[in-house]
Design a binder for this molecule. Structure first.
Ligand code: SF4
Ligand code: FES
Length: 246
């Protein structure tokens, strides 16, 4: 395949950015999107030009680092895959592909396609954990029976990889899908009950401090989420929040 790439180039957080056009050829359908970006970067380095900066780590849909907005969609045109799992066979020979960083005020661009998602880390630090009593009398977690349906829902919520596609997709830059997944994975389990009230109050408070917008039930986040996190989690988080406030 021969393609035309239009890529957002931005020197650093303070510089203005712009779209730059790069032709690329001999791309195979079985290549991943990041492998195609690697080929482009090899060519740029050979020509003595600055390679395109983009985040990646696991390249198998686990770490949530590969934040790219491809042809107007977070993680590109496929469903339930991250950018690193996106195959080039999703594109046609001769196509022009627009590649931008995730856009949200709370995710400032650091360079090219890299954004700062440390706001998510601070929300997690505000309550996305359970404290463990290490007195020596701690009950074995496996001795607490959990209904299969609850365990399945908690596991589904825990598959959120914190990629930020939900924020980038939302017209309000809302982080509700991410935060609700993190709240739900504990709210559904007995181990999460002890700190449940503080958790939801503190995480929602931090979400607001970070400047994320509110949810207006559009549902775009659920469509673009690579892990299929359900909007039901947002409803659960709102119930948890109401309960904690009362
Ligand atoms: S809810 Fe989905 S889109 Fe949002 S951070 Fe988690 S995995 Fe990514
Ligand atoms: S590089 Fe880890 S999810 Fe894409």
């Amino acid at each position: 395949m021969n393609l035309t790439l239009k890529i957002w180039r931005q020197k650093d957080a303070k510089s203005p950015g712009k779209m730059v056009t790069y032709p690329i050829s001999n791309i195979e359908g079985h290549m991943s999107f990041l492998e195609m970006m690697d080929i482009l970067n090899d060519e740029l380095i050979e020509k003595g030009e600055e390679p395109v900066a983009f985040d990646h780590d696991c390249r198998e849909g686990i770490c949530g680092m590969c934040s790219m907005y491809i042809n107007g969609e977070a993680h590109g045109p496929d469903r339930k895959v991250t950018t690193c799992q996106l195959h080039m066979r999703m594109f046609k020979d001769g196509e022009t592909i627009h590649i931008e960083p995730f856009r949200a005020n709370s995710f400032p661009v650091l360079k090219d396609l890299m954004v700062d998602r440390s706001a998510f880390d601070r929300i997690q630090q505000a309550g996305g954990y359970i404290s463990v009593n290490t007195s020596g009398n701690t009950q074995d977690a496996n001795s607490l029976p959990i209904p299969k349906a609850d365990a399945d829902l908690a596991m589904d919520a825990a598959t959120c990889i914190g990629c930020g596609a939900c924020v980038a997709t939302c017209k309000n830059s809302s982080a509700m899908l991410f935060v609700s997944a993190k709240v739900s994975q504990y709210a559904l389990l007995p181990q999460g009950q002890v700190e449940a009230n503080d958790r939801v109050l503190n995480m929602v408070n931090q979400m607001d401090i970070e400047g994320f917008g509110n949810c207006t039930n559009t549902g775009a986040c659920e469509v673009e989420c690579p892990k299929g996190i359900s909007l039901d989690n947002i409803a659960r988080m709102n119930r948890e929040l109401m309960k904690a406030k009362v």
